[in-house]
Design a protein around this ligand. Structure first.
Ligand SMILES: [Zn+2]
Length: 299
C-alpha cells in the first residue's frame, strides 16, 4: 500500500512537471515574436544613439552626422501634409518659368530640373516640399537594419547601379551596407524641427539639414556603412578597407563621393566618406578623374 502510494505521488509529480514544462514552452512560443522585436528595438536604439538616421518610424533620430551637410538653407516652405506618402512627386510644380525669378534674398532658389540625374541640391538650391521622385524602388543590397522603411528607397536607375556596385564589393569580399537613401521632405522637416526644439534652430542647423536641402530627397544618394565602423556614419569610414574600396570604385558604377575633404568650401559641407551620390557613369568618371566637386562639373 505504502509503496503504491509512493509510486502514485511520484507519477503525479512527474505529470505535473511535464505539464509545467509544456506550459512554459508554449508561453515561450507565443512570446517569441515579441522577444525578437524587443531585441530589434535594442539594436535599433544603439544605432540611433550613435547619431544616425532613423532606424524606424518611431525612433526619431537626431544627431544625424550626415545631415551636417545636407543642410542649411531655410526655405520657409511649410505647406505639406503630415503624411509623406501623400506627396505626388511631380516635378512640374517647380516653376518652369524664368530662372532668376525665384531667387530669394538669401540667394537660394528652388531646383528646376528636379528629375534630372545630374540635379544639384545644396545650400543654395532646394527642393520643394511636395517633390518626391516617382520611380522609387528598394535596391537589392544588404542594409544595416531590417524592416520596411522609407530610407531603403532610391530612384530606379540609381538602385540598379547600387546593386551592381554592392555586388562587385561582395565579390571582392568587401562587406558594405546601405544605411540611408531616400528621405522625404517631411521626414527631414521633422528631424530638423525635433532637434531645433531641443537645442535651437541655429545649433540644429549645424547638425541637421533644413527640409528641402537634403540631397537624400532626390532619391539619388545613399549613405553606406560597414561593421568596421559599427554600422555608423563616421569620418573614420574613409580610412577603413571598405571606405577605401568605395572611394576607388564608386565612379565605375556611376557614383561619386559627394562631399570630399578638399572641397568643403565648395560643397558647403563637411567631409562625408559614407555619402555616395548617383550621377551616371560619364559624369562620375569625369568628376573622379579630375578630382573636382560635383558643383565644379558644371563650370
Ligand atoms: Zn547622406
Amino acid at each position: 500500500m505504502r509503496r503504491n502510494r509512493k509510486k502514485k505521488s511520484r507519477a503525479r509529480g512527474l505529470i505535473f512537471t511535464v505539464v509545467l514544462l509544456l506550459i512554459v514552452l508554449y508561453a515561450g512560443f507565443l512570446l517569441r515574436g515579441k522577444i525578437s522585436f524587443f531585441f530589434d528595438k535594442i539594436i535599433a536604439g544603439t544605432i540611433t544613439e550613435n547619431g544616425n538616421d532613423i532606424i524606424n518610424e518611431d525612433t526619431p533620430v537626431d544627431g544625424n552626422i550626415d545631415n551636417n551637410m545636407d543642410n542649411d538653407t531655410g526655405t520657409g516652405n511649410d505647406s505639406n501634409s503630415d503624411n509623406p506618402e501623400n506627396n505626388p512627386g511631380n516635378q512640374e510644380q517647380n516653376n518652369a518659368g524664368g530662372k532668376g525669378n525665384n531667387i530669394s534674398e538669401d540667394g537660394k532658389q528652388p531646383v528646376e530640373n528636379v528629375d534630372d540625374i545630374l540635379v544639384i541640391v545644396n545650400k543654395k538650391r532646394y527642393l520643394e516640399s511636395d517633390y518626391k521622385p516617382v520611380d522609387l524602388v528598394i535596391p537589392n543590397v544588404k542594409f544595416s537594419f531590417d524592416g520596411e522603411h522609407e530610407k531603403k528607397y532610391m530612384r530606379k536607375e540609381a538602385a540598379e547601379a547600387l546593386e551592381e556596385f554592392f555586388g562587385q564589393a561582395y565579390e571582392e569580399g568587401i562587406y558594405i551596407f546601405a544605411l540611408s537613401g531616400y528621405r522625404s521632405y517631411n521626414t527631414q522637416k521633422w528631424l530638423f524641427e525635433n532637434r531645433a526644439s531641443k537645442i535651437g534652430e541655429e545649433e540644429a542647423n549645424k547638425l541637421i539639414a533644413r527640409p528641402g536641402e537634403s540631397e537624400h530627397q532626390t532619391g539619388l544618394a545613399m549613405d553606406i556603412t560597414s561593421q568596421s565602423v559599427q554600422f555608423d556614419l563616421k569620418e573614420k569610414f574613409g580610412e577603413t578597407e571598405e571606405g577605401k574600396w568605395v572611394k576607388d570604385n564608386a565612379h565605375k558604377f556611376g557614383f561619386i563621393i559627394r562631399y570630399t575633404k578638399d572641397k568643403e568650401d565648395i560643397t558647403g559641407y563637411n567631409y562625408e566618406p559614407w555619402h555616395i551620390r548617383y550621377v551616371g557613369k560619364e559624369a562620375a568618371r569625369e568628376i573622379y578623374n579630375k578630382g573636382i566637386a560635383f558643383e565644379e562639373y558644371f563650370d
